[in-house]
Design a protein around this ligand. Structure first.
Ligand code: FES
Length: 142
């Protein structure tokens, strides 16, 4: 079973979904994993209701886990509202990744989600859940 998850991760790494930049994005942020210096920038545009995510894209460089998990995230959040995504838990993304991760790899896996949460928090004022407290500083999100 884990092999299957590994294959999916590798596929996302090699063919990242939502890779690129949205010019004039409604929300954006970038951050880095302090353990390795790898970076992810995320761009979001909303539908006319100003709430529903029409498109989410990312750019950056990093290991297979950080890039694949951010790619998966881009698919997961499409069509969801900013407030739904603010409530999306770490576990929901980690379940999608599906393989056990060491604490260091965990940081890789959560980089994109952290950056996305902060981008939405700053633009839409959606709450940053308690489990993400301090994360914007840790990931040096700007
Ligand atoms: Fe840098 Fe994974 S080693 S994000």
């Amino acid at each position: 079973m884990e092999d299957l998850y590994r294959e999916v991760i590798l596929d996302h790494y090699k063919n990242p979904r939502g890779h690129g930049v949205i010019e004039d994005a409604d929300a954006s942020a970038e951050g880095m994993n302090p353990l390795c210096g790898d970076e992810v920038a995320i761009y979001v545009s909303f539908e006319d209701d100003g709430e529903t995510i029409e498109e989410a894209k990312f750019s950056g460089r990093g290991c297979a886990i950080s890039q694949a998990s951010t790619s998966m995230l881009m698919e997961m959040v499409q069509g969801r509202t900013a407030s739904e995504v603010s409530e999306l838990s770490k576990d929901e993304l980690l379940e999608e990744i599906g393989i056990p991760l060491t604490p260091i790899r965990l940081k890789c896996a959560l980089l994109g989600l952290g950056v996305l949460k902060v981008a939405l928090h700053r633009t839409k004022g959606t709450p940053l859940p308690a489990e993400w407290a301090g994360l914007d500083e840790e990931f040096k999100v700007s």
